[in-house]
Design a protein around this ligand. Structure first.
Ligand code: SAH
Length: 346
């Protein structure tokens, strides 16, 4: 027998084609798409579908939502962190942040990561595999179902490098954007990348109104190479050129993420280099006091140094914010929970 198709991997159009191939009318595909995106976990629950079709579906297809293995809720700000178990036993993490303007979910795009950034917990065991569309959308569907609330914003900043899982990410956008599904506007989606330059050009040409965030973390190649291996493949010059192209193609402001690491990249000379680099680019800088991990000896910059850094950028008219730390009591930044779980299981 053929492998069962996971219906959560199909866009509405693909699902319509799928049911047509089963000799069913197209509108059935739309109805089933709605069920899947609402978080149906069995075909029997699809009460508007006749028995014959339901049994046909059971033969050909399946649905699977990631299971909640652990859940932590911050007493400080209500941030929720999920450790989710996938069908094959792998674990990923998602975090829901509660803002006045709605709930934002931070999702994972891969099991592990092969980018090797020195300060990041997600990459320590390397890449296991890409997440499929149903596993990316499934993080949102599962969390929303668990909370009984709508999630209106997505940031792809969890475990993994989303542009290393390019085709699935593009289909994922179509699925979550569908008015019959989660109906999340592309403007409410941020994709964060360590800077895969060739993929940034491709993404620019798709002309999607998503927000692109670039993990820069250093303003010269020498320093960047010491903390981010991707800098050996693409120079900062090439990266910034791709960013100018992206802004021209999409008219969207780019966010630069810059983790401030004490004594590494937080000097005023780094701020000067950074502001020279971003001169003339439609952008915004998001400074993140680095979150220390056990495997590396990085410490967050002091308040004073952060303030000086911010002031310098501001004096050069670069919009800058310091990321507010949410869920500090539940260790809400990604990668560490999964790692701990893998260690216990091995
Ligand atoms: N691979 C993508 C998305 C996942 S990481 C990327 O590189 O952008 C999401 C963000 O968290 C990135 O900016 C990453 O550099 C940052 N990050 C990872 N580990 C961190 C840590 N220990 N402290 C602060 N930021 C970290």
């Amino acid at each position: 027998m053929d492998k069962l198709v996971n219906l959560g991997d199909l866009t509405k159009q693909e699902l319509e084609e799928f049911v047509e191939n089963l000799g069913q009318p197209k509108y059935r595909g739309r109805q089933i798409f709605k069920w899947v995106q609402k978080g149906a976990e069995s075909f029997d629950g699809m009460t508007d579908q006749n028995k014959a079709l339901r049994s046909l579906l059971k033969d050909r297809a399946k649905i699977y939502l990631p299971e909640i293995a652990e859940k932590f809720v911050s007493k400080i700000d209500g941030t929720i962190k999920y450790l989710l178990k996938l069908e094959d036993g792998n674990y990923i993490e998602s975090v829901v942040m509660r803002y006045k303007h709605g709930n934002t979910i931070c999702i994972s795009s891969q099991v592990g990561c092969r980018m090797g950034c020195k300060f990041c917990a997600s990459t320590i065991g390397g890449l296991v595999r890409n997440l499929s569309c149903h596993e990316m959308a499934g993080q949102i569907i599962r969390a929303s179902k668990d909370m009984g609330e709508r999630i209106s914003n997505i940031v792809i900043m969890g475990i993994g490098e989303p542009l290393d899982n390019y085709e699935n990410i593009l289909n994922f956008f179509k699925i979550v954007n569908d008015p019959d599904g989660l109906n999340i506007g592309l403007r409410h989606i941020t994709l964060s990348t360590c800077g895969l330059v060739d993929r940034i050009y491709r993404l620019a040409d798709e002309k999607l109104p998503i927000t692109l965030a670039i993990s820069l973390h250093a303003a010269n190649d020498g320093l960047r190479k010491t903390i981010m291996p991707i800098a050996n493949k693409y120079s900062i010059d090439e990266l910034i050129k791709a960013c100018f192209y992206y802004v021209k193609a999409t008219n969207r402001r780019i966010t630069f993420e810059y983790a401030l690491i004490s004594g590494v990249n937080d000097d005023i000379k780094d701020a000067i280099e950074l502001s020279n680099l971003l001169d003339g680019l439609l952008c915004h800088v998001n400074l993140i006091p680095v979150n220390p991990i056990n495997e590396a000896d990085f410490k967050a910059s002091s308040k004073e140094r952060i303030e000086k850094f911010v002031k310098y950028l501001e004096s050069n008219n670069i919009p800058v914010t310091v990321r507010r730390k949410l869920g500090s009591d539940i260790d809400a930044s990604c990668g560490q929970l999964r790692k701990r779980r893998e260690e216990v299981n091995s």
